[in-house]
Design a protein around this ligand. Structure first.
Ligand code: 26M
Length: 820
């Protein structure tokens, strides 16, 4: 019954029928969007069969399952990826061809599911892909935001944010599961009632507001194995019974309030990934999805098991950063107040069930909730955290008698705040960083106190990416070429890529490989022509920096260097210069002023340089609007150079760096995050490394920083570029437009050091590395060899490897097999 595969004729019939039944139209009359819906629904037919088969297998085997809790899942588009993982892409493409429909165009009709900001959200999406592909039972648990990450428009060089109404035409792959709805309660008071029968205090929440959480399930399809896991995202609704009831009682206001609360909670993803702002609504979002997910998880567990004291034998919960850390206290609440466990029993289960991943050392991103806000919104949860804190502090005092400084640094509740990272570490049975260097910095700097007390919890899990989306789907030319040379084993075992090493000295192979890069550059050039109206030279070096805009990621360093090159070309028109296209893509958080100024600067520099005929097109600068998962696939495939230039120690891992490597773009970067491991795999000679080490940066930071004016006044090329920020060169004579960016480099702002991110300090070394890139690129065959070595050495950076490590060291899941 499950073996229904794509039979071409049946599939074509299905698409036609869908268009007829959904829209009362023929294929010829249907719009692109309608065809997308019809095709997706036809695909869903088969998906559902696999999904049912997977569920049946889980029912039978009762395997241990991971619940990956995340505020973000940056899934991108589903249709193409689903076809790829069902190994049906080619057949469907042919079937549609026969109907006069181009699958590529159909795919382009789908909006990205942009339920995430950047690295952390996309990592969650890659992990789900790998879990299903490796046959591990997993649920992603998150929020079904009405509006995902905003769409970025560039107007007059400035970023403008436009709402992303991604559900407007409906989401064809999701299934609403009304029967699994749960109630989530906010606010009110906790009444303590002694029960003489059980001789226990009962904690009863009263006068609360509540919403109804309704899950929507999305299929997560494993590659070629018929496993379909579930991404469960929660929508919020007003509780209608209550609404009527309240209305009848005349409590109209309360009813309307609950309606509004429900609408607000899931309305929009917070579009910042850098700054914790202490917004009450954000805390509501967190509790909403955590409470609903845990309630559902317990119901599912109890269907097969009667002793919740053994929950950890069948369930593990991974918290994607501190955003889901309320899971610790909510699980305690459910186990104690609903399941009747004693505190110690509940704590034993909880601390064997939850684990925590840290994604940043940036202090401003740490979640610390004001006590008054927290205790009003979540009174019972707050009580529980107080008790966890009280017991933890007792333990610190036993381990480190008399060390009250340590108590102050490690307490969960301190200085009027609830520190979520501390709670996550105290309760988690595992604490992991996301690249080797990052984990070392956590152990020896940021989380040193916790590492001293509980070293056994700490471990590293270097991030990875899924090659199914970022090579097989995103770069079909290279994917086919690789398969032709080494077979298709790499699709599920990326370490097979090392077999390409035998071609790195084969001129014919190198020429073919270079030609594929060229074809991909043509594809990107066309995208840029259509979207930016800029003509770029496909023979120029495509030098690419795409990622969220952040000061620590140093897009500013990149554009200052472009300004420096431009000065050189203007001064020495006769000088040899290999044509370069500098490509940027980045969204700035809506309230991050300096990030937005940097976007404006990049666009201004682009305007000036791209319109200067005197430089013969030697440099072009392109800012790609609305960088997102779908255009990322096109960008990575076409890149020659991967810019990974964060201030050392600041980028926890980076995952874009791995996507470039997979697509044959050498890294130009600092020894930061996973760059360190990339270089270790590919060899120094196949990367371009520059800048301060993390130890040097940390040393400067611990000793009051460094003095950028020493550099400014002694390096005239640097001074000239920095001064051009305030002499009107890139601002039509306006000297104020980039004053703040200028100041950030050379003037101390209140408590903020000048050049906090060591841009001037690293400038020369960056310019030298860029020079080495140019020299290396001139030797076209030697360059292709470097590029191919990057592909050949990328095996470690598959999220399949990462997930296998999570399973072996943290989750201990049972694998499942699905016959179809
Ligand atoms: C916090 C508070 C309020 C609103 C939003 C946030 C928030 C959202 C996302 C904070 C951080 C967020 O993401 C951080 C992130 O993406 N970190 C990146 O994680 C990647 C995956 O591990 C790493 O590769 C990157 O180095 C790291 O920057």
């Amino acid at each position: 019954m499950y073996s229904k595969r794509f039979e071409k004729e049946a599939f074509k019939e299905e698409v036609k029928n869908n268009i007829k039944n959904l829209y009362r139209k023929t294929i010829e009359e249907a719009t692109g969007r309608q065809i997308f819906q019809a095709v997706s629904l036809a695909v869903k037919e088969t998906v559902i069969d696999y999904w049912l088969a997977t569920q049946a297998e889980m029912e039978k085997k009762d395997p241990k399952t991971v619940y990956y809790m995340s505020m973000e899942f940056l899934m991108g588009r589903a249709l193409g990826n689903n076809l790829i993982n069902m190994t049906a892409y080619q057949e469907v493409k042919e079937a549609l061809d026969e109907m006069g429909i181009d699958l590529n165009i159909v795919e382009d009709q789908e909006p990205d599911a942009a339920l995430g900001n950047g690295g952390l959200g996309r990592l969650a999406a890659c992990f789900l892909d790998s879990l299903a592909t490796l046959g591990y039972p997993a649920y992603g648990c998150g929020i079904r935001y009405r509006y995902g990450m905003f769409k970025q428009k560039i107007e007059n060089g400035y970023q403008v944010e436009v709402p992303d109404n991604w559900l407007k035409d409906g989401n064809p792959f999701e299934i609403r599961r009304d029967e699994y709805a749960k109630e989530v309660r906010f606010g009110g008071d906790v009444r303590i009632e002694y029960d003489p029968l059980t001789k226990r205090n009962n904690f009863i929440q009263e006068n609360y507001s509540s919403v109804r959480a309704v899950p929507y399930d999305m299929p997560i399809i494993g590659y070629g194995n018929h496993v379909v896991n579930t991404l469960r995202i929660w929508d919020a609704e007003a509780i209608t019974d209550f609404h009527l009831d309240a209305f009848n009682r005349g409590d109209y206001r309360h009813a309307v309030e609950q309606e509004n609360l429900a609408k607000m909670i899931v309305d929009v993803l917070y579009p910042c990934d850098d700054h914790y702002a202490g917004k009450e609504l954000r805390l509501k979002q967190q509790y909403f999805f955590i409470s609903a997910s845990l309630q559902a998880l317990l119901v599912r567990y109890k269907k097969k098991h009667d002793d919740v004291r053994k929950l950890h034998e069948k369930v593990t919960i991974q918290m994607n950063d501190t955003h889901p850390t309320l899971a610790v206290a909510e699980l305690m609440h459910l186990l104690i107040d609903q399941e009747g466990l004693e505190w110690d029993e509940a704590w034993d289960v909880t601390t064997k069930t939850v684990a925590y991943t840290n994604h940043t050392i940036m202090a401003e991103a740490l979640e610390k909730w004001p006590i008054d806000l927290f205790s009003k919104l979540l009174p019972r949860i707050y009580q529980i955290i107080q008790e966890i804190d009280r017991r933890f502090i007792e333990q610190i005092r036993v381990r480190f008698p008399g060390d009250e400084g340590r108590v102050a640094r490690m307490a969960i509740i301190r200085d009027g705040q609830v520190k979520m990272a501390h709670l996550a570490i105290v309760a988690g049975y595992s604490v992991n960083g996301v690249a080797r260097l990052h984990t070392e910095i956590l152990k020896h700097e940021e989380l040193k106190d916790f590492y001293d007390m509980m070293p056994e919890k700490f471990n590293n899990k270097t991030n990875g990416i899924t090659q199914r989306r970022f090579l097989l789907h995103g770069n079909p030319l290279l994917a086919d070429w690789v398969t032709k040379h080494i077979g298709d084993g790499w699709i599920t075992d990326l370490s097979e890529m090392s077999k390409l090493k035998k071609y790195v000295d084969d001129p014919k192979a190198l020429a073919e490989f270079a030609e594929i890069k060229y074809q991909n550059k043509l594809r990107l050039a066309e995208y840029i022509r259509n979207n930016n109206g800029i003509e770029i030279d496909p023979r120029s070096i495509f030098d690419v920096q795409v990622k969220r805009l952040h000061e620590y990621k140093r897009q500013f360093l990149n554009i200052l260097h472009v300004m420096y090159l431009y000065n050189q070309i203007k001064d020495h028109p006769e000088m040899y210069f290999y044509p370069r296209t500098f490509i940027f893509g980045a969204k700035a958080a809506a309230g991050y002023v300096r990030a937005k100024e940097t976007i404006k600067l990049i666009n201004s520099v682009a305007d000036v340089i791209n319109n200067d005929k005197s430089i013969n097109g030697k440099i072009k600068v392109v800012f790609i609007e609305d960088y997102r998962v779908s255009n990322a696939e096109i960008i990575f495939a076409a890149a020659d150079v991967s810019e990974q230039i964060s201030t050392a120690s600041k980028e926890a891992s980076g995952t874009g760096n791995m996507k470039f490597m997979l697509n044959g773009a050498p890294t130009l970067g600092t020894m930061d995050g996973a760059n360190v491991e990339i270089v270790e795999e590919v060899g120094m000679e196949n990367a371009f490394i520059f800048g301060l080490s993390s130890q040097e940066v940390i040393h400067f930071e611990n000793h009051g920083g460094y003095n950028p004016t020493d550099i400014y006044f002694n390096d005239w090329d640097i001074k000239r570029v920095v001064d051009q920020l305030i002499d009107g060169t890139y601002a039509n004579g306006n000297r104020e437009m980039y004053r703040d960016l200028y100041d950030s480099l050379v003037n101390t702002h209140g408590r903020e050091r000048a050049d906090r991110y060591f841009i001037l300090k690293d400038f020369r070394s960056y310019a030298d590395a860029q020079k080495r890139v140019e020299e290396a690129y001139k030797d076209r065959e030697a360059w292709s060899r470097k590029a191919l070595m990057n592909v050949a050495c990328c095996g470690k950076f598959s999220s399949d490897r990462t997930i296998q490590e999570y399973v072996d060291d943290i989750w201990h899941l049972d694998q499942i097999k699905v016959d179809a």
